[in-house]
Design a protein around this ligand. Structure first.
Ligand code: A2P
Length: 272
């Protein structure tokens, strides 16, 4: 007896894939309030260091829940890195903080933002002013060769309430001089000025106060900020940004934009 060969059409069950899905490759918890994570990078995604994208998760109502996140990784990195606060009752971060490698997030590949080198006029010294997770865009810019090609000196001021909250930035800065790709370019051009405001540490005080008192200039042995030599980028809470504008304008700097470069630019850090 010959068996008749029957061809059965089979349907492959579809794995539900999120629109613009990217896979988480690593997660690091820095404190109970802070974590960073890495995801795969869409092949088509090009961005300028300092820009942000919308990322998030699918909400329970089947609608994407998205927030603006600065890309913390440099544009030459194969993956994308993000640095986030954990807000216990935050609609997105209360869930996002539990993501694990292998899981997916949504990432809209449309980078935008004002913290880009092109929004500043040429100058000698570039200042990065960040509080809390506001260091994220500078984590990208500090790893961008162009930053060091354009400026003679780069100063990273980062302020958090306590020492553990500075750790993400500290490890990043300290690893830079050893970085095989840009270590040589960074050399001793990058100066790091971390401070705490609520825990005792080697350096203390709000960025605004350390600028207006002149302490930071004395500590670093440099002249005060001037519109001729200095350029600034600001990223933190709304109050911090507002106060920094006043401080920088007090030094004679004007706010710039992509379309109209000047001496400083500002972006609000994501919270919530
Ligand atoms: P402080 O401890 O004096 O409030 P947060 O964790 O609340 O986002 O704050 C991060 C850091 O930013 C803290 O060290 C905080 O200092 C500082 N900070 C908050 N608001 C301002 C502001 N308007 N100007 C300067 N620094 C600020």
């Amino acid at each position: 007896m010959t068996e008749s060969l029957t061809v059965t059409e089979i349907s492959i069950p579809k794995v539900p894939t999120l629109p613009d899905a990217q896979t988480v490759t690593a997660v690091t918890h820095w404190t109970d309030r802070l974590f960073s994570f890495r995801v795969t990078r869409p092949q088509s995604l090009r961005f300028r260091s300092g820009e942000f994208v919308m990322i998030g998760l699918m909400g329970e109502n089947g609608k994407p829940l998205l927030r603006a996140y600065s890309i913390a990784s440099p544009s030459w990195d194969e993956e994308l890195e993000f640095y986030s606060i954990k807000v216990p009752d935050g609609p997105l971060t209360s869930k996002l903080q539990h993501i694990q490698p292998g899981e997916q997030i949504i990432l809209r590949p449309k980078p935008v933002g004002t913290l880009v080198l092109d929004a500043l006029l040429p100058g000698k010294r570039l200042w990065f002013f960040a509080t809390g997770t506001g260091i994220a865009p500078f984590a990208s810019l500090m790893r961008d060769p162009e930053t060091y090609e354009r400026y003679e000196e780069v100063i990273m001021m980062h302020t958090c309430r306590d020492v553990p909250e500075l750790e993400y930035g500290r490890q990043l800065v300290e690893g830079l001089s050893e970085d095989p790709l840009i270590g040589e370019l960074v050399g001793n051009k990058l100066r790091y000025y971390p401070t705490t405001t609520r825990e005792q540490s080697a350096r203390m005080g709000r960025i605004t106060d350390n600028l207006t008192s002149g302490k930071v200039f004395a500590d670093l042995g440099i002249p005060p900020i001037s519109p001729e030599n200095d350029r600034g980028m600001v990223c933190g809470s709304l109050d911090f940004n507002t106060d920094m504008k006043t401080v920088l304008e007090g030094f004679g700097l004007r706010e710039g934009a992509n379309s109209d470069p000047a001496e400083y630019v500002v972006e609000k850090a994501f919270v919530g």
